[in-house]
Write a protein that binds this ligand. Structure first.
Ligand SMILES: Cc1cc2nc3c(=O)[nH]c(=O)nc-3n(C[C@H](O)[C@H](O)[C@H](O)COP(=O)(O)OP(=O)(O)OC[C@H]3O[C@@H](n4cnc5c(N)ncnc54)[C@H](O)[C@@H]3O)c2cc1C
Length: 307
């Protein structure tokens, strides 16, 4: 395959937005996606209720709409899983299961995966009470009881956010103290409708079609308890899909690719967009913004490298 001006790796919201902007900028672009369908994490989202102009849209439909937009502009897509990225003299070489690709610039939009609890029925009940994103789904649980599992900054921020709208928030943590920043802990402990469930691990999600509780076990006493709740918010970590560029661009301590809003990384000609980069809020709306910003950075880079 002949060398491209730009390859976009991943076709979630960040990659698809970058593809639309790249095509409109008349760049010679190629998108590579390992899944048979575009959309990334959005495909697994039952309802997206915080994307401007599309309230309540089903995640699958949203992914299809994004992809149709790119298809309508004639963006070329290849189905392949990239397993290696190398720096070449004039850009990057990507090796996939099906082919090898050369490009002057690369936008990495490979996203991230939320760590699971590993419980039976967790997957089946995701979107039916189990959630990995309080910002996305919290509003569906207004006035109801929910559980947050985790003890880091994200778990505590989620619990504070949820406590403002939910009747009761249980915070389940495996130890007897939280890892989160002390300032966050102080805010959490000051909330009257928050109950800490210390030294406890999650054992079983209960409910037929929808979640109605979480059984937890105290690791010190072995005692089991069922917390009645309509929502279980899992905040036990996010794993960025950044391994392919680990030796090329700088990552932060969480494994995210270090890049600002312009997507510029420490590797020349390599840009990062969406959940895979360092950023304060991982959402569809921020991912699509990243895709657009990255293409502007690519254009600037190509312009300066050709002078
Ligand atoms: C259950 C759930 C519900 C959510 N609900 C909402 C919501 O309501 N509102 C909201 O704003 N956000 C929501 N989010 C967050 C939102 O989905 C993400 O912020 C967004 O999808 C990030 O987009 P992205 O393009 O950066 O990455 P992703 O969506 O993760 O897409 C990355 C793409 O890259 C591909 N890829 C990765 N590695 C390779 C490789 N080596 N080779 C080829 N392809 C590769 C993947 O297959 C994937 O298609 C939710 C997330 C989850 C998990």
């Amino acid at each position: 395959m002949e060398k491209k001006e730009l390859i976009i790796l991943g076709s979630g919201p960040a990659g698809l937005s970058a593809a639309i902007y790249a095509r409109r900028a008349e760049l010679d672009v190629l998108v590579i996606e390992r899944n048979p369908m575009s959309g990334g994490q959005v495909l697994n989202t039952y309802e997206v209720d915080n994307y401007p102009g599309l309230p309540g849209i089903n995640g699958f439909d949203m992914g299809m709409k994004f992809r149709e937009h790119a298809d309508g502009l004639g963006v070329p897509f290849v189905s392949d899983e990239i397993t290696k990225i190398e720096k070449t003299q004039e850009g990057y070489r990507l090796t996939g299961a099906a082919d090898t690709y050369e490009t002057e610039t690369l936008i990495v939009a490979t996203g991230a995966t939320h760590r699971k609890l590993g419980l039976d029925r967790e997957e089946e009940l995701t979107g039916r009470g189990v959630s990995y994103c309080a910002t996305c789904d919290g509003a569906f649980f207004r006035g109801r009881d929910v559980v947050v599992v985790g003890g880091g900054d994200v778990a505590v921020e989620d619990a504070i956010f949820l406590a403002r709208m939910c009747r009761r928030v249980y915070v389940v943590h495996r130890r007897d103290e939280l890892r989160a920043a002390k300032s966050l802990q102080a805010r959490l402990f000051a909330m009257e409708n928050v109950e800490m469930v210390w030294d406890s691990v999650s054992c079983e999600i209960t409910g037929e079609d929808l979640v109605d509780g979480l059984v937890v076990e105290n690791v010190k006493t072995g005692e089991k308890r069922r917390l009645e709740a309509d929502g279980i918010f899992v905040a036990v970590g996010i794993l960025p899909d950044s391994g392919l560029v680990a030796g090329l661009a700088e990552l932060d301590e969480g494994g995210y690719i270090r890049a600002g809003e312009d997507g510029v990384t420490t590797a020349p000609g390599l840009f990062a967009a969406g959940d895979v980069r360092t950023k304060p809020l991982r959402q569809i709306v921020t991912a699509v913004a990243d895709g657009a910003n990255c293409v502007t950075s690519v254009e600037r880079y190509l312009h300066s490298s050709r002078r």
